[in-house]
Design a protein around this ligand. Structure first.
Ligand code: HGY
Ligand code: MN
Ligand code: MN
Length: 418
């Protein structure tokens, strides 16, 4: 890839203004966002993004999973495009920058090229991937996974949320079922670069502006259903109880014990939990929860899953409970493309930004796209490493540095036309 001749920079104020305007859509209750996938707020955010891109002279394509592809033409229309982007959907108590920085950082890249009338040989596509978070419809990175051929679209359409609403019905309800068959463009991606906040404490602690993402952790999501018997919390003698809530507590301890034994290269927790009937004076007869195991090491990752599956039945049996374990999300540890990683690192160096190689703790759409095209990621720090919390915060300077590096890595890949 030829290094771009110009030491150009994005307009950090304009990027910041766009981030703040998008943050007004689907506001949370504590300064962050609740713009969950396929809600009316998601629809509103999509329409704002579409309007901004069309104002920047881009054309829109939407696929059958609702993935949005906004294209700035290149001088060679037959050249495989360079992709950027991330996701606009948020956690229910999400921050303003998780995913959004990557989408609007891509838009800012286009706006900057327009301002400077810079042409590229390759088209550049800014993408909004549907349902990256996986919080309303498991698993995470659902639509980029279907795009990459990791999931079947019919299976994805059938995923249901806590109210029993199906993904396909909700995508249709908000009017974002596109006419492009999902994945029909996947063999024509020259490279993809995803800008994202780190969502962890390393870059800030090390005083670095840029994370050059070389790898990503793998993940297992195991949905566990523990079944006992609803009964009176007052009149049921302790030995007669079949307490699914106690079962979940013991299994939570097991998850923690397994992950702690593999420090520092493993994490494990339970984030989602539904207790039934969830009444103050009823012993829970059923609990459904999801385990999130992650590691950058394939052997540790699969070993944690196997150990839990091996030890959990005895814990349930000793409490008179039945147990079901259903994998509902998985991807292996990721090694990003060496050429794309180098493009990111050299862009940071050229621009004079401090940087370090880093492994992504969180999953991203780039993890799936890396399976089908050369891909890497650029990370910026976030305050106290906090994310998936409405208090998520970054600085304008960090956002600007990340978008500058994105611009230069993409220009090297898309090739400036003099
Ligand atoms: O779960 C993840 O790592 C991502 O935030 N969806
Ligand atoms: Mn994200
Ligand atoms: Mn997230």
């Amino acid at each position: 890839m030829n290094a771009p001749a110009k030491n150009i920079r994005i307009d950090g104020d304009r990027l910041w203004d766009s981030l703040m305007e998008m943050a007004r859509i689907g506001p949370g209750v504590a300064g962050g966002n609740n713009r969950q996938t396929l809600t009316d707020a998601d629809n509103e955010g999509r329409k704002l993004f579409q309007a901004w891109c069309e104002q920047a002279g881009m054309s829109m394509a939407v696929d059958t999973m609702g993935n949005m592809f906004m294209t700035r033409a290149g001088t060679d229309p037959d050249a495989d495009p360079v992709y950027v982007g991330s996701h606009l959907d948020t956690q229910p108590t999400g921050g303003k920058y998780d995913g959004v920085l990557g989408v609007l950082g891509g838009l800012e890249l286009i706006r900057t090229l327009n301002d400077l009338d810079i042409k590229t040989k390759r088209p550049i596509v800014v993408t909004n991937w549907t349902n990256e978070e996986g919080t309303r419809f498991a698993p995470a990175m659902l639509a980029s996974g279907v795009f990459a051929g990791m999931h079947d679209q019919d299976w994805a359409y059938g995923r249901v949320d806590a109210e029993g609403k199906a993904f396909g019905d909700e995508l249709k309800r908000i009017g974002w079922v596109g006419d492009e068959p999902v994945g029909s463009r996947k063999d024509r991606i020259h490279a993809m670069f995803e800008l994202h906040i780190e969502q962890g404490p390393i870059l800030e602690a090390e005083g670095k502006d840029i994370g050059v993402v070389t790898h990503g952790q793998g993940l297992w999501w195991l949905q566990v259903t523990v079944t006992g018997k609803d009964s009176h919390t007052g009149s049921t003698p302790m030995p007669m109880r079949r307490n699914a809530g106690l079962g979940m507590a013991r299994l939570t301890e097991l998850v923690h014990e397994i992950a702690m034994r593999h420090q520092p290269r493993a994490v494990g927790a339970i984030g989602h939990c539904d207790v039934y009937p969830n009444s103050r004076n009823v012993i829970p007869g059923k609990v459904v929860f999801t385990i999130d195991f992650r590691s950058p090491d394939q052997t540790i990752l699969d070993g944690m899953k196997a150990e839990f599956e091996d030890r959990a039945p005895k814990i349930a049996e000793d409490l008179g409970l039945s147990l079901e374990i259903e994998p509902v999300g998985h991807f292996d540890p990721v090694t990003f493309d060496e050429g794309c990683v180098t493009a990111v690192r050299s862009a940071a160096e050229r621009l004079g930004y401090s940087h370090m190689d880093i492994v992504s703790g969180a999953g991203h759409d780039a993890c799936w796209i890396n399976r089908i095209a050369p891909t890497s990621m650029i990370m910026c720090p976030c305050v106290d490493g906090l994310s998936h919390n409405e208090a998520e915060e970054i600085s304008k300077e960090w956002a600007t540095a990340g978008a500058d590096v994105l611009l230069h890595a993409v220009l090297e890949s898309a090739e400036i036309v003099e």
